[in-house]
Design a protein around this ligand. Sequence first.
Ligand SMILES: Nc1nc2c(ncn2[C@@H]2O[C@H](COP(=O)(O)OP(=O)(O)OP(=O)(O)O)[C@@H](O)[C@H]2O)c(=O)[nH]1
Ligand SMILES: [Mg+2]
Length: 316
Amino acid sequence: MTASFSERVLAGDPRAIARAISLLEDEAPAGADLIRAIFPRTGRAYLIGITGPPGAGKSTLVDRLAAEIRRRGQTIGIIAVDPTSPYSGGAILGDRLRMQTHAGDPGVFIRSMATRGHLGGLAHATGDVALVLDAAGLDVIVIETVGVGQDEVDIVRTADVSVVTLVPGTGDEVQALKAGIMEIADIFVVNKADREGADRTMSSVRSTLSLQSYGPDDWRPPIVKTEATSGAGVPELLEAIAAFRAYAEKTQNIRRRERSEFRLRELVSHRFMDHLETRVLAPGELSQLVERIAAREVDPYTATGELLTRALKAEN
Ligand SMILES: Nc1nc2c(ncn2[C@@H]2O[C@H](COP(=O)(O)OP(=O)(O)OP(=O)(O)O)[C@@H](O)[C@H]2O)c(=O)[nH]1
Ligand SMILES: [Mg+2]
């Protein structure tokens, strides 16, 4: 990798950033080289994670947030992750509209990412893409993703603040609870406030939250009512984010440490499996082992023990 490439990324060159993101998505070795080069210059941007069910209005809301953040003189990077439907193009379509709104504004960088079939690496790639935008000097980075499973929870966990978006009358609160999303929410948004039942959804979330036990110093997630299409409630959402940021200042280091640990563990397991499959095992050997476990010929513990022994032997 040429030094000028990372320099261009650091200077915020949109074409260099776009190329960097493609390298990271493809898990190209040059992507890892770039992260090595830029990492010392990261850690400055504020990361906002926004999740919620499909069609909750996340993109519309992010668009409004972007406008408000720009109005306040800050720059913003938006990463729309679509882990569920790489081919439906929901996120991509939303981005097209969004790109039109912010076209020609160098203070807004927008990128969408789809899974291309490998779910596991997505959270890791998203974290690296956030590092790139951070190094490029953007003040705020928003990661938007559909909240349905663990992978999405992991994505949101890479953020400084997690916003969970719900809509009236769909029973999303219950779904969110099931998916474990409730636990990661720092702020709740009830969007589509113009719709019937918004207040009922508000009180339903409120009563769900009241079942949680909080210590005197614990953050209690506020519930913000928004109408993304008109922009109503968006300044209040930014205020809630600012309040959380101020609250978390004291605990920020703990959170960043947890995030660093999460990323390290994830990267090591990812790299280890990769090493195992490409350097230690013969092609197809891993899937044969999987078959044998499924057929009850070997148990997963014995299989793991064998793999570990072989991987370590291969090293010596
Ligand atoms: N009535 C009403 N409609 C809204 C509101 N916010 C968004 N919508 C509409 O809801 C639809 C979905 O909005 P998006 O912003 O694309 O939702 P999303 O959550 O990003 O959707 P996915 O990324 O596909 O999961 C669009 O037709 C929006 O215009 C709102 O406050 N009120
Ligand atoms: Mg969207």
